[in-house]
Design a protein around this ligand. Structure first.
Ligand code: CA
Length: 227
């Protein structure tokens, strides 16, 4: 999944990026309005952390743009104390949540989990299909309660399939969600294929059924009809 951090305080920007990397997001950052605007025109993000007072423009204008490009992009507004009016305006313009500065990183991560649950219409941090379960909060996949040792990239791929279960996910969408748009297509598509092979091998080694259907020439589908 892809995230954009828009925050002009350099240290906070860096820390937010690190938190998102730990949550297995692919992260872009902007420290002012023009950079954020340029990124938002060219890229599609699942999540944007948006500071409102920015050099070069108003974060609320960015929020309007984000929602006009793709209303499914989740936006969490970061507000300083006393900016209650902006927070309300933000919620009216379609932001999904807000955090008042200063906030604990644990709170940020809990909010991220909450908005992802809402976005993907799941009830808790555990997505279960038959005996396979994926835990969004501690980033682990289990079969029959035993952990399946996945690499970060394999986890990201499987999480994306879980969140979009029963839908066809294209290889291009998968690679964009893992590496962003900055990699060569053919290179990344080969990587997707080989990672998928490894995921299937690991599922098979754990005696898990093969729930991942290959949609020829397009991508994959996690078939969640329970046996
Ligand atoms: Ca600011």
């Amino acid at each position: 999944m892809r995230a954009l951090v828009v925050e002009d305080e350099q240290l906070l920007n860096k820390e937010l990026k690190e938190q998102l990397l730990e949550e297995q997001f692919t992260v872009d950052t902007a420290v002012d309005f023009p950079k954020a605007e340029t990124l938002l025109i060219g890229e599609i993000y699942d999540l944007v952390l948006l500071d409102l007072s920015l050099p070069g423009g108003d974060g609320l204008d960015l929020l309007k743009q984000i929602k006009s490009y793709d209303k499914d992009t989740t936006v969490i507004i970061l507000t300083a104390r006393g900016e209650i009016d902006d927070r309300i305006k933000g919620l009216e313009l379609g932001s999904d949540d807000y955090l008042s500065k200063p906030f604990a990183m644990a709170e940020l991560r809990a909010r991220i989990h909450a908005v992802l649950r809402r976005k993907f219409k799941i009830n808790d941090n555990e997505i279960t299909i038959g005996k396979i379960s994926l835990h969004l909060d501690h980033m682990q996949v289990y079969y029959d309660k035993k952990p399946i040792g996945l690499t970060d990239t394999e986890y990201k791929m499987l999480r994306y399939l879980f969140l979009n279960k029963n839908k066809v996910v294209t290889r291009i969408a998968l690679s964009e969600h893992i590496w962003g748009n900055k990699v060569d297509d053919r290179f990344s598509l080969d990587f997707i294929n080989s990672h998928m092979k490894n995921i299937r091998k690991k599922l098979a080694n754990s005696n898990a059924p093969d729930l991942i259907e290959t949609v020829y020439g397009v991508g994959y589908k996690l078939a969640a009809h329970e046996a």
